[in-house]
Design a protein around this ligand. Sequence first.
Ligand code: SAM
Length: 245
Amino acid sequence: MSEHEGADADAYRTTAEFYDILQAERDSRLVAELYGDRVAAARGAVVDVGAGSGTVSLMALACAGAPVHAVEPSAVMRSLLLTRLAWSRADRRARVTVHPGTLPEADIPEASAGLVVCHNVVPTLGDVARRELWEAAARVLEPGGLLLMDRPRARAPRAAEIAVFTPVRVGDDTYEGEVREMACAAGAELAFTYTVRRGERVVRRRGERFLTRMLPLETLTRELGDRGLRWEETGERVLVARRER
Ligand SMILES: C[S@@+](CC[C@H](N)C(=O)[O-])C[C@H]1O[C@@H](n2cnc3c(N)ncnc32)[C@H](O)[C@@H]1O
């Protein structure tokens, strides 16, 4: 199992191939819904932490004129992101800088960002990487700037939960995926299974496992407050903290 503490350049080696074909369309709609208004209003830079294939970054490039920093340690996920950028308009591509590591490692000027967005990332980090992330976010955010994230799970599932991705047809093949979430000592294990079928025949089946941490709101508010990031809003789905002035 990958615990991807934050700097594993090899993480997502199986998942990357299936990531966008199974998830990009749905995730693009979701990030627009969760962060679109705030990203569109951003004046300082937008920092996309754990950018993956770039769903948040691409939205920021399309709906705001601000510079974008895409921070992504995994080499295969960065490949997806750079391929998307290769097909983007040149004027948009000119506004995004890709940082091949974690936020503490990224060369982003202090107090230059209006927004730091962590979508689908925080529960995947270990305690040390998470606290380093808050510290770095406080450093790059301008006073009054916002840290946004999707709400992490506070408790592990009692019984295994299975989510199935919508299958996607590619030529003669159908790409399928499912994720099974099970409680474990450190939080929950996410076991992804990807299947490529041609008719009734399974052409390929691959799996990758990740660990996610349970993060009660009190833990997050305390950690962020310790770094000068004041809790502002605890919505059902998006959490917002503001860099103190
Ligand atoms: C579940 S993916 C989400 C990707 C993207 N945000 C999205 O929603 O599609 C988590 C991403 O976080 C990256 N990651 C892992 N540890 C990180 C860290 N310490 N700092 C920044 N990104 C990290 C992984 O490489 C991976 O691409």
